[in-house]
Design a protein around this ligand. Structure first.
Ligand SMILES: Nc1nc2c(ncn2[C@@H]2O[C@H](COP(=O)(O)OP(=O)(O)OP(=O)(O)O)[C@@H](O)[C@H]2O)c(=O)[nH]1
Ligand SMILES: [Zn+2]
Length: 295
């Protein structure tokens, strides 16, 4: 048995890729078919073998980010995360529902969230209005927020300093600039992607997988490629309220605990709508996520 500790840098279907302490990559599989699947960021005990090594033990996870698959079953995305960095930009136009999903997820898992507003070179354009609306919400909720661009080394330095030593996961829509930020924080990232592709035997398929890179200044960075959906079926409906403090507060003023906010008398939600305190679009998103978590 050639057992040692390693970190999972990519988990994909029935195999994963681990990096040992000197950075060498090894393709491994879970020892038994029913064993839990390792995910990006896991620390594992493994044994070398040919053609693939074996994952013997997944060390206890500090946290596990999961997303519902197309049937709503939870699937592991990444583990042992210090901070979720949600990237938004003026272009592509931010998806408010996806932003809400990440707020809910970070609150439910108790993982600190940070908003990184990217492509500041486009921020003065009229198209940046939806991004500003998101910034105002984050400000109101007291969630930290930073701005920058790929072409602004000082801003990127501020991000480095604010998160030094942490394992970050970069999330957000496809095309917001996650790969560009990864490249800036980990200059060897594209080299590493080449090594990962070669070791995994998946060729360029790998670029669509969640991948962990060690940061030169300590800690690690996980680039989670664009997600079209991040279903939250596996969470409790109450978790959704974290992203909608105004709506959650209004429901507390409903006369009935089981108020459906329809025609019931003394409904806090209807009162909030009438008074203009509640944004009707936010209400729709809240209702949609509450529905989703009810399964
Ligand atoms: N204007 C502007 N464009 C940028 C900036 N950073 C990246 N881009 C461009 O945005 C596009 C998408 O960048 P990526 O880094 O590939 O985005 P991504 O979030 O990794 O996309 P996925 O891999 O699909 O999830 C590319 O054409 C980049 O050149 C920036 O600071 N300003
Ligand atoms: Zn009500």
């Amino acid at each position: 048995m050639n057992e040692s500790t390693a970190r999972v840098v990519m988990g994909s279907g029935d195999h994963c890729l681990v990096a040992d302490p000197d950075g060498s990559l090894h393709r491994c599989r879970p020892r038994r078919r029913r064993d839990p699947r390792p995910v990006c960021g896991d620390r594992v005990e493994w044994s070398a073998d040919s053609p693939d090594g074996w994952i013997d033990v997944i060390q206890p996870r500090r946290n596990l980010i999961e997303r519902g698959d197309f049937r709503g079953r939870p699937r592991g995305l990444a583990a042992n995360i210090d901070r979720i960095v949600l990237v938004v930009a003026p272009e592509p136009v931010p998806d408010a529902l996806l932003v809400d999903r990440y707020i809910v997820l970070s609150e439910a898992l108790d993982i600190p969230l940070m908003l990184w507003c990217h492509k500041q070179d486009l921020a003065s354009s009229a198209q940046s209005m939806p991004m500003r609306a998101i910034q105002r919400r984050f400000e109101a909720m007291g969630i930290p927020m930073m701005t920058g661009s790929t072409h602004d080394p000082e801003a990127l330095n501020r991000l480095r300093t604010a998160t030094r030593g942490e394992t970050l996961i970069l999330v957000g829509q496809s095309g917001v600039g996650k790969s560009s930020i990864t490249q800036a924080l980990v200059p060897t990232a594209s080299l590493r992607i080449g090594q990962i592709s070669a070791s995994s035997g998946q060729g360029r398929h790998t670029t669509s997988e969640t991948t962990l890179f060690d940061r030169p200044d300590g800690g690690a960075l996980i680039d989670s490629p664009g997600v079209r959906t991040l279903r939250l079926d596996h969470l409790q409906p109450g978790a959704v309220d974290a992203a909608y403090p105004v709506i959650a507060e209004a429901t507390r003023r409903c006369r009935f605990n089981d108020c459906r906010h329809g025609s019931e008398p003394d409904c806090g939600i209807r009162a909030g709508l009438a008074a203009g305190h509640i944004d009707p679009e936010a209400l729709q998103r809240w209702q949609r996520l509450r529905q989703e978590t009810r399964g």
